[in-house]
Design a protein around this ligand. Structure first.
Ligand SMILES: Cc1ncc(COP(=O)(O)O)c(C=O)c1O
Length: 392
C-alpha cells in the first residue's frame, strides 16, 4: 500500500473493492476459500502464487488489518494474532530453540513473565532480566547463546522508558533480535522499528481497539523473521478471528484522534494529581518529574494514556479509593474510551512474588489509571471525590 500521512494511511489503507463497490470493507466470515481448479490449489499450497486458502493461514480482513499496521509501524511484514499474549508468545517461540537465551527487561507484562519464567524453561529456553534503570548492566548479561532482547516501553504498569536508539545499537552490535512490545505507545506515539527493532509486538486489545470490545494482537517486523513467525502460526493456530480483524482495522481509522485526546486527558490528570496533598507519587512519561522524561520526549510523540500514582495510606487507602469511584470503571483492561482504574499488585501482576513486584516498581498501593475519552472535568471530579471519600 502507498505511504501517506499516518492519519490518512490509518483511514485509506483498505482492501481492494469487490464487484459490489462497497465503501466500507466487507466482513469475510469464511473458514476456507474456493479453488478455481486443481492447478490453482496446488500452486497456492506450494506458495507459488499469493492467495487465501484457509482462514487459519490468511483472510482478507486479517490482511487488511496487518498491512495497515505495517504501514503505521514502518515494518516490512506482519501477522495478526488472537490476542496480545499470542503475539508475545509466537514472536519468541517461533524464533527460539532449546538452549537459547532471552535477555528481557524486568519490567514486562505479568503474562510475559510467566512465558519467560515458567513456560520456556520447560523447553530449555532460559532468560535473564536486566533493569531499565541500569543500562550499563545489559551488555554484561548477553551470553554466547543469547538470541533475543525483549522489552516493553513504556512498561506496564511502571511506565518505565527504555532508550530504543541505544537498545537498537546494542542489539545490532551483538546480532540479536530486538523485540519491542509497543502496546502502551501504539504506532501513533512511537515506532520502535525506526530505532532498529526487528520485531514490534502488540496487544491490539488496548488502544488499537480503543473501545474495549475485542481481543487481538500483532507481530510485525523484518520479512525474513515474519516468515518464521508465519510458519509457526500457520501450523499452531493462534490466528485472529476475521471479525476481530474487521473491528480492529476500523478502529485504526480513529487511532490518531483518540490517542491525542487520551494523552491530553492523561497529562491533565497527572498534573492535577501531582499537586494533590493526598497523593505521594505520580508517574507519567510527559511529566518533568518522570525519571526518563527527556528520553520519553525524544522517542514518543506524546506521553500515552496511562497514569500511575500512590495514594497516602497504602494498600487499604488504595482499596477504599477504588471502591469509592463512581464513574471510572474498576477493571483489568486499559486503552478504552472509558477511564479505568486498576490495582496491579492484586490483579494483572498478582502472579509475581512481592519481591518481583517491588523490583519493577509495583508497590502494594500503586493505582493505574487508563485515562479515557470522557470530558476531562468529569474524570477529575470522580478521582477527586474518591480521594476525599477514601480518607474516612
Ligand atoms: C504491555 C502488554 N503486553 C501484552 C498484553 C497482553 O495482551 P492481551 O490481553 O491482548 O493478550 C498486555 C495486556 O494488558 C499488555 O499490557
Amino acid at each position: 500500500m502507498e505511504k501517506r500521512n499516518f492519519e490518512t494511511d490509518a483511514i485509506r489503507a483498505q482492501s481492494e473493492r469487490t464487484p459490489n463497490r462497497e465503501h466500507s470493507v466487507p466482513l469475510y466470515l469464511t473458514s476456507s476459500f474456493v479453488f478455481e481448479d486443481a492447478e490453482q490449489a496446488r500452486a497456492l499450497f506450494a506458495d507459488e502464487i499469493p492467495g487465501n486458502i484457509y482462514t487459519r493461514f490468511s483472510n482478507p480482513n486479517n490482511t487488511e488489518f496487518i498491512e495497515k499496521m505495517c504501514l503505521l509501524e514502518g515494518t516490512e511484514d506482519g501477522i495478526a494474532t488472537a490476542s496480545g499474549m499470542a503475539a508475545m508468545y509466537i514472536s519468541m517461540a517461533s524464533l527460539l530453540k532449546a538452549g537459547d537465551h532471552v535477555l528481557a527487561s524486568r519490567s514486562v507484562f505479568g503474562s510475559t513473565h510467566q512465558i519467560l519464567n515458567v513456560i520456556f524453561p520447560r523447553f530449555n529456553i532460559s532468560y535473564s532480566y536486566a533493569d531499565i534503570a541500569d543500562p550499563n548492566s545489559w551488555e554484561s548479561k548477553i551470553q554466547p547463546n543469547t538470541k533475543m532482547i525483549f522489552v516493553e516501553t513504556p512498561s506496564n504498569p511502571a511506565l518505565d522508558i527504555i532508550d530504543l536508539e541505544w537498545l537498537g545499537k546494542l542489539a545490532a552490535k551483538h546480532k540479536l533480535i530486538l523485540n519491542v512490545d509497543n502496546c502502551f505507545a501504539t504506532p501513533y506515539l512511537q515506532n520502535p522499528a525506526k530505532w532498529g527493532a526487528h520485531l514490534v509486538t502488540h496487544s491490539a486489545t488496548k488502544f488499537i481497539d480503543g473501545q474495549g470490545r475485542v481481543i487481538g494482537g500483532a507481530v510485525l517486523g523484518k520479512k525474513e523473521l515474519i516468515k518464521e513467525v508465519r510458519f509457526f502460526a500457520r501450523h499452531t493456530g493462534p490466528s485472529m478471528a476475521p471479525f476481530n480483524a474487521w473491528v480492529l482495522s476500523k478502529s485504526l481509522e480513529t487511532l490518531a484522534v483518540r490517542m491525542e485526546r487520551h494523552c491530553q486527558n492523561a497529562l491533565e490528570l497527572a498534573n492535577y494529581l501531582q499537586t494533590h496533598s493526598e497523593i505521594l507519587k505520580v508517574k507519567y512519561p510527559f511529566l518533568p518529574s518522570h525519571p526518563q522524561h527527556e528520553l520519553a520526549k525524544k522517542q514518543m510523540k506524546l506521553g500515552g494514556g496511562v497514569v500511575t500514582f500512590e495514594i497516602n495510606g497504602g494498600i487499604e487507602r488504595g482499596r477504599k479509593f477504588l471502591n469509592s469511584l463512581k464513574m471510572l470503571s474498576h477493571s483489568a483492561n486499559l486503552g478504552d474510551t472509558r477511564s479505568i482504574a486498576t490495582h496491579p499488585a492484586s490483579t494483572t501482576h498478582s502472579k509475581l512474588s512481592e519481591a518481583e513486584r517491588v523490583a519493577v516498581g509495583i508497590t502494594s498501593g500503586l493505582v493505574r489509571i487508563s485515562v479515557g475519552l470522557e470530558k476531562y472535568a468529569d474524570i477529575q471530579a470522580d478521582v477527586a471525590q474518591a480521594i476525599e471519600a477514601s480518607k474516612a
